[in-house]
Design a protein around this ligand. Structure first.
Ligand SMILES: [Zn+2]
Length: 113
């Protein structure tokens, strides 16, 4: 059954809020931040929604842990790609530079930091 657009809007608000909470709490309770990402992903799956690229750059595509640059991931830019290396599991996530830049209405480096 098709879902109400109001439900989808609410789900997106909850996802955004969870990522915001994850960012706030990561310094003191990283496990809580990882859990927030897990819940946000579950909401997106339940409502069959995509997590926007600017938020997708904030967690690992393999272990799904919340990523903070220079704390548990390394970010570099090479040949049109933003390369995010997760220091939790060692996997490398690549995103097109243009896509990340377009997502945040800010310069690409700031969009994911
Ligand atoms: Zn990882």
């Amino acid at each position: 059954m098709a879902r109400d657009w109001k439900e989808q809007k609410l789900a997106m608000e909850r996802i955004e809020r969870l990522f915001q909470l994850a960012e706030d709490v990561f310094g003191s309770r990283p496990e809580r931040a990882h859990r927030d990402v897990e819940v946000a992903r579950k909401i997106a799956m339940r409502y069959n929604m995509r997590i926007p690229p600017r938020l997708r750059a904030r967690f690992c595509g393999k272990c799904y842990k919340y990523l903070k640059p220079n704390v548990n991931c390394k970010v570099s830019v090479r040949s049109g790609l933003v390369v995010v290396r997760c220091l939790e599991c060692g996997s490398i996530n690549k995103m097109a530079f243009r896509r990340v830049a377009a997502a945040g209405r800010r310069p690409a480096r700031q969009a994911i930091l």
